[in-house]
Design a protein around this ligand. Structure first.
Ligand code: URA
Length: 199
């Protein structure tokens, strides 16, 4: 069994948040390849995700699929997950204790996948990697931290509520391939042996 599959079993048995464990239909750990170069992190499962056990399968997910195809990718090329692995009842906001309880799963996913690029979708994943910062100021601007690039985007659902954000989200998505290519160039530079200069 793959390390991710083992992790999914642990998540399915998780009882750390009594209310979520008691009301969920399924846990929604994440989907995609263990070797994915890009990980997209949303907020929390909604109704359809809870029913199917898969992230981003509702309307916001259809827009995410459209965004992925705009850069020539499909779900199987990337990894998609959420900050919270269970649906908050009635789609309420996740509580701080729930986010804390769930943090270990997301951290383990990122360790196992070790992606080149982490794309945050919406305010909860933004808060994890860019605490205290405003999405309106930093969306579409990458930040290199250690060996990965972090890239904040508006949540795809924002385009469903606010038509004016649609083009912004589409434009931010279109920047991803060149950011990823630059990351690879920087890595190559770093792995070249240092030339020793005598003079
Ligand atoms: N919104 C999210 O943040 N995640 C999902 O999986 C679905 C909708």
């Amino acid at each position: 069994m793959s390390a991710l599959a083992e992790l999914y079993q642990k998540i399915a048995a998780c009882q750390d948040c009594a209310e979520l464990a008691g009301t969920r239909a399924r846990t929604v750990p994440g989907v995609g390849a263990e070797r994915a170069q890009i990980v997209f992190i949303g907020e929390a499962p909604g109704f359809h995700e809870d029913q199917q056990g898969l992230p981003f399968v509702g309307q916001a997910g259809q827009f995410l699929d459209h965004l992925l195809s705009s850069i020539g990718l499909s779900r199987s090329d990337v990894y998609i997950c959420n900050v919270i692995k269970c649906r908050p009842p009635g789609n309420r906001d996740p509580l701080p204790t729930e986010i804390n309880n769930c943090q270990k799963w997301l951290d383990t996913q990122l360790e196992l996948i070790s992606p080149k690029m982490i794309v945050t979708l919406g305010r909860y994943s933004l808060a994890k990697f860019f605490p205290g910062e405003a999405i309106s100021k930093i969306h579409g601007k990458e930040r290199r931290i250690n060996n990965a690039v972090y890239y904040p985007m508006y949540h795809p659902a924002a385009a469903l509520h606010q038509q004016s954000l649609r083009q912004t989200i589409e434009a931010d998505m279109l920047k991803i391939p060149s950011i990823l290519a630059r990351t690879e160039e920087v890595k190559e530079e770093e792995s070249k042996p240092q030339q020793l200069s005598m003079f």
